[in-house]
Design a protein around this ligand. Structure first.
Ligand SMILES: [Zn+2]
Length: 60
C-alpha cells in the first residue's frame, strides 16, 4: 500500500510503499527523495484493518 512520511531532515513529504506482508511492526532505512538523507522509518499498523502509521527519525 502507498502512504507518506515526513522527512526528519528537510520536512518534505515523501511517498512510501509499505509491504504489509512484512508484518505489523517494521523498521527500515529510506533515503529522502528530496534531500537524499537516510530516514529511519518505524512503521506500526494493522494489516487486516489496512491502517499504518509511519514515523521518521534521524538515522543513527
Ligand atoms: Zn529530506
Amino acid at each position: 500500500m502507498m502512504t507518506t512520511y515526513t522527512c526528519a531532515y528537510c520536512g518534505e513529504i515523501n511517498d512510501l510503499f509499505i509491504d504489509p506482508s512484512g508484518g505489523d511492526h517494521q523498521e527500515f532505512i529510506e533515503d529522502c527523495q528530496i534531500c537524499c538523507r537516510p530516514n529511519l522509518l518505524k512503521m506500526t499498523g494493522n494489516a487486516e484493518a489496512d491502517v499504518f502509521t509511519v514515523t521518521a527519525e534521524v538515522e543513527g
